[in-house]
Design a protein around this ligand. Structure first.
Ligand SMILES: O=C(O)CCC(=O)C(=O)O
Ligand SMILES: [Fe+2]
Length: 303
């Protein structure tokens, strides 16, 4: 197994390795270590079985079921099926799954650890995935600002949208089971990576990121701060663009990165389908007593 670092601060391309049930069992520890070191690992030309892919997922923890039922694979509920086409039983906004900066399950009480995708139908151009290194961006924030950020808490809710007419508004297509699974949660704004201890932001954009705002700040101050943090964290110097080839396997660390699909820009005649596994991470821990730990605000509907 060889690894080549792709950018200055993150992303490793692994070569001379074929993912299989046996190779995963033999190299589990090495891959887990490389994952922490590079944050994104890219494996090319992995024309593997679903069983091999599922075994690969076990390196990174327990696979979670997507709370949007229509996204799930019909037979294996911990697999999600991404498609930019109109698929039976799905609201059309699901074609743009993952478009816009986010970390997976950032709006849940326990946020995601790793996410991995395998590209099964990949267009000849476009449909790239973008990654932003939150730890590198956080390092460049002046210490006095970090001090302030460490005391803050961020309110998240999957179904929340500042504009109820927004075609992406997630409240439009979720049913009762999904609503029950997605109460409001309040997280520390500065989190510590549970395995490396590195600090970074727990942040998402306001418009499609399911972020209501920062506790204790006026809506205006909260909006301004969130916008400026997102603008900082997604500057080109922190961003890597992954250009897909068929049968790429890409795994990334949601605890230290943001990512975004770019499927909205892909013409409809360009078919893009991928299979996905996400693993459950750990509860977020703030680094100050004021930031505390994640809390859940029960919906009146279900309380
Ligand atoms: O389709 C992509 O490029 C990324 C989608 C995404 O956000 C995810 O799988 O978590
Ligand atoms: Fe995502």
């Amino acid at each position: 197994m060889k690894v080549k670092r792709v950018t200055n601060t993150f992303v490793g391309e692994v070569t001379d390795f074929r993912i299989s049930v046996d190779s995963v069992r033999a190299y589990r520890g090495e891959i887990a270590k490389l994952f922490l070191e590079h944050k994104v690992l890219v494996f090319r030309d992995q024309d593997i079985s679903i069983e091999d892919f599922v075994e690969f997922g076990t390196i990174f923890g327990k696979a979670e079921e997507h709370h949007v039922r229509a996204m799930r694979h019909p037979k294996i509920s911990t697999l999600t099926m991404l498609s930019n086409q109109s698929e039976k039983g799905r609201n059309d906004v699901m074609k743009y799954f993952g478009d816009g900066w986010h970390a997976d399950s950032s709006y849940k009480p326990v946020t995601a650890g790793a996410t991995m995708l395998i590209g099964t139908e990949i267009p000849s151009a476009g449909g790239d995935t973008l990654f932003a290194n939150l730890e590198a961006a956080y390092e460049d924030i002046p210490e006095h600002e970090k001090e302030f950020l460490r005391s803050l808490r961020l309110r998240h809710q999957y179904r929340w949208s500042p504009n109820r007419d927004d075609p992406w508004a997630r409240w439009k297509f979720v049913g009762e089971a999904e609503r029950r699974d997605t109460p409001e949660v309040v997280h520390p704004l500065v989190k510590q990576h549970p395995e490396t201890g590195a600090e970074s932001l727990h942040i998402a954009p306001r418009i499609i990121g399911s972020v209501i705002g920062i506790e204790g700040l006026s809506q205006e101050d909260s909006d301004k701060l969130i916008d400026s943090l997102i603008a900082h964290a997604t500057k080109s110097e922190y961003v890597h663009c992954h250009k897909w080839r068929p049968f790429d396997v890409v795994v990334w660390d949601n605890r230290s990165l943001l990512h975004s699909a770019t499927t909205k820009d892909l013409p409809q005649d360009q078919v893009r389908r991928l299979l996905r596994i996400t693993t459950t991470g750990a509860s977020l821990m703030g680094v100050t007593p004021e930031a505390g730990v994640t809390t859940v605000v029960l919906d009146e509907e279900f309380a």
